[in-house]
Design a binder for this molecule. Structure first.
Ligand SMILES: Cc1cc2nc3c(=O)[nH]c(=O)nc-3n(C[C@H](O)[C@H](O)[C@H](O)COP(=O)(O)OP(=O)(O)OC[C@H]3O[C@@H](n4cnc5c(N)ncnc54)[C@H](O)[C@@H]3O)c2cc1C
Ligand code: FES
Ligand code: FES
Length: 455
């Protein structure tokens, strides 16, 4: 099983479920640093290039939680594969702004910034988002920010198509000349992963490779017929289980209905959002899974498939107990769907840090309005029960109600009776109960800005 590592074809000689970072460092590519090994710090950032039609498209990803099976037939670029005789403009900007002290984080920042200019969804103003998954333990952030902002002005790729962009970045010295030959080399290599269907199902592996050092007997779901796109059919919008968090965040269709682009900025960091999938978020069954809470609050349904057999259930009926789901042996989550109608919707997340952190408590609500009454209400809350919680009683109480301060107060009481938070590192049970009240009030303040809630 082969892939291209920088400018050379390499053979994989380690288990497919093991970490790409460990493989690279063993091969001597020690510019790829190891720190958290959990996808949190960006020290191990690499570029992963994949053939899309006749061109290779690149993304910056954390190699510590990237299983080797994912690099077969692709182009892996480490800092060693970016380095040239002269510093690249990105490295130069870091030096000029004094944005490197001990230097441990610097290769990771260089790779994330290089990935920013190669990202298909390039938006100049988003340069700081490109480095939101990188930590600098020396705290050189002000200088790094200056360097990044300077680069966003200096490297103008806005109006270039992808192929023209690669050529321009080569001309500027951002990436080396050999990038030109990669599409032909990958085409010639034509290496594909072959997988069976018995073993641990792997989607983005952002959960699996944090839980264990190696995935034994991995079954890569992207080799099965599961969609990774978002499409519209009859009265529904469908999201394939393999759609990434970032593709969902940027989906044009979904953004016509909700402010999902903005809502999901508080979900992990870009390198994780690029890899983590919807299916993984649902099946990982974390009580605080952000996509799970988001789509529970939209009254979503999911399709479960085993061979040709398919059943469609409400997402709220999927969760049975802590990490227990209505999922039979061999069944996979195939897609999720929501009604393609504009609903009143709000999502709230409280975490110890606003960005790049999992929630202490999160919540979503949606409803329609008819003659001053709210209808078809769905209210979800995370982090206060063993499962991602759909507030069944509170939702049905709110149905057909004209919203006022008294109704909100009654809803708060019912919600309080539906939850069972426990004290843990993310807050005491008492604090989480308080957060639930605050988040529900926040929903109504966002959706009824003129209403005054008297407690
Ligand atoms: C640094 C970091 C930050 C994070 N921050 C957040 C955050 O802010 N919010 C949040 O919600 N989560 C966060 N996560 C958790 C995690 O990444 C997500 O829950 C993610 O969506 C998991 O998706 P995946 O594709 O990587 O799943 P994987 O790790 O590939 O799989 C997870 C589980 O789901 C199963 N599975 C996957 N897809 C399917 C399918 N289609 N059918 C059946 N089974 C399937 C797998 O077998 C496995 O048991 C974070 C993780 C990291 C490492
Ligand atoms: S080592 Fe920290 S993100 Fe990979
Ligand atoms: S410069 Fe030392 S960790 Fe960033």
């Amino acid at each position: 099983m082969k892939f291209i590592l920088n400018n050379k074809i390499e053979e994989i000689d380690a288990p497919l479920g093991s970490s790409t970072l460990d493989f690279l460092r063993k091969k001597g590519f020690t510019g790829v640093k190891e720190a958290c090994h959990e996808g949190e710090c960006g020290a191990c950032m690499i570029l992963l290039g994949e053939m899309k039609g006749s061109i290779v498209k690149y993304k910056a990803v954390t190699s510590c939680i990237l299983p080797l099976g994912e690099i077969i037939g692709k182009h892996v670029v480490t800092i060693e594969g970016i380095n040239q005789e002269k510093l690249t403009p990105i490295q130069e900007a870091i030096v000029e702004e004094g944005a490197s002290q001990c230097g441990f984080c610097t290769p990771g920042f260089v790779m994330s910034l290089t990935g920013f200019f190669l990202n298909e969804n390039f938006v100049k103003e988003d340069i700081l988002t490109a480095i939101e998954g990188n930590l600098c333990r020396c705290g050189t952030y002000a200088a790094i920010k200056r360097a990044a902002e300077k680069l966003a002005e200096k490297i103008a790729v806005d109006n270039l198509n992808y192929s023209a962009r690669i050529n321009y970045l080569i001309e500027l010295g951002v990436i080396p000349d050999y990038f030109k030959d990669i599409p032909a080399k990958l085409e010639e290599l034509n290496e594909k992963l072959e997988t069976n269907d018995k073993g641990i199902k792997v989607a983005g592996a952002t959960d699996l490779l944090v839980q264990r050092k190696e995935i034994g007997k991995p079954v890569f779901l992207n080799q099965m017929e599961i969609r990774d796109d978002i499409w519209e059919e009859e009265e529904y919008i469908y999201i394939g289980a393999l759609a990434s968090m970032e593709d969902i965040r940027l989906s044009k269709k979904l953004n016509e209905l909700f402010d999902i682009k903005n809502d999901l900025t508080v979900v992990s960091a870009l390198p994780i959002r690029i890899r983590a999938t919807l299916g993984g978020n649902l099946v990982n069954a974390s009580p605080i899974g952000d996509l799970t809470i988001y789509f529970l609050g939209l009254g979503a349904e999911i399709s479960l498939r085993k061979g040709e057999k398919r059943r469609i259930i409400a997402l709220k009926d999927f969760y049975k107990g802590y990490k227990q789901m209505d999922l039979e042996e061999g069944e996979i989550v195939e897609w999720l769907r929501i009604k393609s109608i504009k609903r009143y919707f709000n999502f709230e997340k409280i975490a110890m840090r606003k960005y790049v952190d999992i929630a202490s408590v999160n919540s979503a609500i949606s409803f329609e309005k008819e003659e001053n009454k709210i209808k078809n209400v769905h209210l979800s809350i995370g982090g206060v029960a063993p499962v991602p919680k759909y507030l069944e009683k509170t939702s049905s109480f709110l149905n057909d109600k004209k919203v006022n301060s008294e109704v909100v107060n009654q809803a708060l009481e019912i919600a309080d009776s539906e939850i069972s938070p426990i004290s843990d590192v993310r807050g005491s049970a008492k604090y989480k109960r308080l957060l639930v009240r605050q988040l529900i009030i926040a929903h109504f303040m966002a959706l009824f800005p003129k209403m005054e809630v008297k407690l």
